[in-house]
Design a protein around this ligand. Structure first.
Ligand SMILES: Cc1cc2nc3c(=O)[nH]c(=O)nc-3n(C[C@H](O)[C@H](O)[C@H](O)COP(=O)(O)OP(=O)(O)OC[C@H]3O[C@@H](n4cnc5c(N)ncnc54)[C@H](O)[C@@H]3O)c2cc1C
Length: 393
């Protein structure tokens, strides 16, 4: 038998994964209350109009969920990555579109700046991101999705900085963002070793936000094209070293996909909660449909799914906060939670019957929103590739 890697031994007695420390519980509850009170009434309208309600933005900043890991001296909450996971989950239980806005801000943009930004860059941008600036993370292009490092956006050295030219596609928060992390290559002949990350501000000459996509799900989350035409970026806005952008991308996306796991378990939990309520109320054959054993077993199966996916997401996040390797666990949590979200949302539609198919009830939206979990931040095939590579080595 091949030797299996041994799990690390905890230095302190390990708490149950779903056990929340007092500050984690208070934080999670405050985000849940906000989602139920302030987001829920807007969900249907935002979905129909495919438009994020700007009225929510100040409230999200006020709630402290737009700078979760930013240190307090830069105006952030000084909390952990796990807190970001709790926030994304709690918001996605009500609207996965709001969940992903907060997810990209924290797990990709702030994370990349904190890990790779120079002191000057962190001092310049972290206070803005905690106060009122939204961030976006621009890697994908028309010709480079899964093969992200085949990107064609060019960076050329210019006086005191760089000039960027190219187009980015599918960029979440494109409409709302003020600060964009843009990946470009300084030297296409160097392959992935030419890729470099830059911090680009919306107002830079030569930068524009293009077409917004009309989508199946997470419709209130903006997904936009970015156009950079001879856009001048000061040298100080280099994120990490020249030619090390691939490391910035790989490492932040490894963490970011735990956030997508959180979005998907929140979505699944929201769909399951709505279904439990509905099956207790809906009567057929003279009794609540929850009284039929077939329905009970379907609900129980969904609860098993949600619990299992939640454990993988919390585990990956807690490993990351503990400074332990989490690459395989992050890929596992993303693939499992996105499949669970799709399955649970699909069951929810079935158990709502005809009402599951109409927009008056919340579950058809959860079903549409679930699909994205298997696509962005690495498709399911790419997650399987990562998992296989780790366990077969
Ligand atoms: C709503 C939305 C928001 C997004 N937000 C962002 C964002 O903020 N920033 C950003 O940079 N990008 C973003 N993206 C882009 C997203 O990350 C890509 O769409 C995703 O990585 C897949 O790339 P692709 O669309 O080019 O598909 P492709 O790479 O063309 O894949 C198509 C199919 O081929 C399969 N495939 C490809 N290569 C392999 C392989 N080697 N082995 C097996 N199967 C393979 C894939 O699994 C998939 O099923 C977003 C996309 C969407 C739809």
């Amino acid at each position: 038998m091949p030797q299996q890697p041994q799990p690390p031994v905890a230095e302190t007695p390990a708490a149950p994964l779903t056990f929340l420390a007092e500050d984690e519980r208070l934080f999670r509850d405050s985000v849940r209350e906000f989602a139920d009170r302030d987001v829920k009434p807007l969900v249907r309208e935002m979905d129909e109009q495919a438009k994020f309600s700007r009225s929510l933005l100040d409230k999200l900043f006020g709630l402290g969920v737009m700078g979760i890991e930013i240190p307090e001296e830069h105006g952030g909450s000084g909390a952990s990555f796990f807190h970001s996971v709790l926030a994304v989950e709690a918001l996605s239980r009500v609207d996965p579109s709001i969940g992903v806005l907060v997810d990209v801000q924290n797990t990709l943009v702030i994370n990349a700046l904190q890990c790779w930004g120079s002191a000057d860059l962190r001092n310049a941008f972290l206070p803005k991101l905690s106060a009122n600036a939204v961030g976006a993370y621009a890697l994908s292009e028309a010709g480079s999705g899964s093969d992200a490092f085949a990107l064609a956006t060019r960076a050329a050295k210019a006086d005191g900085g760089f000039r960027l030219t190219g187009r980015k596609l599918w960029i979440t928060n494109g409409n709302e963002a003020d600060i964009f992390i843009v990946f470009a290559t300084l030297d296409p002949s160097a392959g992935y070793r030419g890729i470099t990350a830059f911090v680009v501000e919306r107002g830079f000459p030569g930068f524009a936000v293009g077409k917004k996509e009309d989508k199946l799900g997470i419709r209130a989350s903006s997904t936009c094209e970015l156009i950079v035409e001879d856009c001048r970026v000061p040298r100080a806005n280099l994120l990490g070293e020249s030619g090390k952008g691939y490391k910035v991308a790989i490492e932040t996306l490894n963490e970011g996909r735990i956030g997508i796991g959180a979005q998907m378990i929140g979505l699944a939990r929201g769909a399951l909660d709505a279904t439990i309520k509905y099956v207790k109320e809906r009567k057929q054959f003279g009794k609540a449909i929850a009284e039929f054993q077939a329905v009970q077993h379907q609900i129980a199966r969904a609860a098993v799914d949600v619990e299992a996916a939640t454990l993988t997401v919390y585990n990956a996040a807690r490993l990351r906060d503990a400074g332990r390797p989490f690459l395989t666990e992050a890929a596992i949590c993303k693939i499992l939670s996105s499949e669970v979200a799709e399955r649970v949302a699909s069951l929810a539609v079935n158990l709502f019957g005809g009402n599951g198919f109409v927009k008056e009830y919340p579950v058809e939206k959860f079903y549409r929103d679930a699909k994205i979990g298997q696509i962005y931040e690495g498709t399911s095939n790419l997650q399987l590739q990562t998992i296989a590579k780790q366990i077969l080595q």
